[in-house]
Design a protein around this ligand. Sequence first.
Ligand code: GLU
Ligand code: ZN
Length: 493
Amino acid sequence: MEVRVRYAPSPTGLQHIGGVRTALFNYFFARANGGKFILRVEDTDRERYSDESLQDLYDTLEWLGISWDEGPIVGGPKGPYIQSERFNLYKEYAEQLVREGKAYYCYCTPERLDALRAQQQKEKSKQQGYDRHCRNLSEEERKALEEQGLKPVIRLKVPTGGKTSFHDVLMGEITRKNSDVSPDPVLLKSDGFPTYHLANVIDDHLMGITHIMRAQEWIPSGPLHVILYEAFGWEPPLYCHLPMVMGKDGQKLSKRHGSTSVKDFRAKGYLPEALMNYVSLVGWSYDGQREFFSKEDFEQLFTLEKINKAPGVFDYKKLDWFNGQYIRQKSDEELLTLLMPYMVNAGFVSASPSEEEKQKMLSLTAVAKERLKTLSDIVELSRFLFETPKYEDLSLFATKGVDLATATKGLEQAFEVLKKGFAEHKEFEAIEEEIAAVAQQMEIKINGVFMPLRVAITGSTVSPPLFDSINLLGLDETYKRIETALGLLKSEV
Ligand code: GLU
Ligand code: ZN
């Protein structure tokens, strides 16, 4: 049996970490088994649909390097793969169920259903949801309602007794009493649009899907889908509901925890290979040890058995760590190409720099590499090279236990040491030691002298290593900045 799996998102928002993990697992599983990965766009909810979301879906998968064997754009033998292009088909199947007595027309008006809901709430009734009012309408009653011009929906006849079970590869046997399944959900709306349940089941069957890997929050829909498969006389695919992705606090990952959309991560400068690597480890592990996997590794090694049952925690710090690792694997040239858009965007350089500028930025890249967690970090890390500091916040010169007056004194002495050292062509290490000695003499921490120096030279408390920064800036500019800073400080203390 050929493995056929699908990622079936609804384009009603940006692709987020949880969705992308589902896509990746399906894709890896298809590749590892020589099967097909299908992309299906579930755009039945026309109110929440947006073109932007659909574009974001394509952009995200492309950025991650995930291609689909069948789906929109590329087509395939079971298309179309966009549900809004298949609406006639759903209607036919729903009507077939009505003819076979497995579904029925319901003429209840929204007003009646609202009143019903209000009453159920008021009475705190155990019976929630539709009251199956139209389940047994006679043909005459039905005709009379049609003649009033009422447009019906089609509802599924959920059995009122018995149980429904399905097997989940991870969770094992899942069984629900049919009386706990939503009473006769709508399959086809009065405007002829299918609901998610109908379209999803029909498409998984017609597209020959063998395994359904999707988020755990779809488990409650499982029994209903199985009832629907049975009504059609179809064999349900194998289910594999994936563990939830949570924040560190044990709550479902959401905007409260930080960015969740891939678009945001991409904009901040996370590398696709880092995001893919880390996201795939949230809920899957190879041997509990190995951490680094390329796309090709996952394509070979991925198995369902190694998916964890327990929810996975998405740790932003760990992602930063992975990203830093992948950044440091790049050559300076590769990394500069990735950093350029951020520097162009910040107005630091033009998109087509001169050869001299390029060399300068290559040196910058080499020294910044160790300190980058994300590509966008380059902006703050290199601002000093492109903008003269304004020293608006003099308190940056002071450090813990070192007031501004002391910091000023330290900076003044360190400056003398620095100038002398460079004039005598001393090694960086030697100059560094002499500056440290200044701090010792003053009986303050080393940072109490190095920080004012850093702030004077770069205008910031974060920068590439000090001597690298001086090197990039040049001695003239470095001295000029220190003098300016000293002038300001002295007028202040
Ligand atoms: N369209 C559904 C979603 O957005 C698909 C759920 C499923 O995979 O069955 O998650
Ligand atoms: Zn009804």
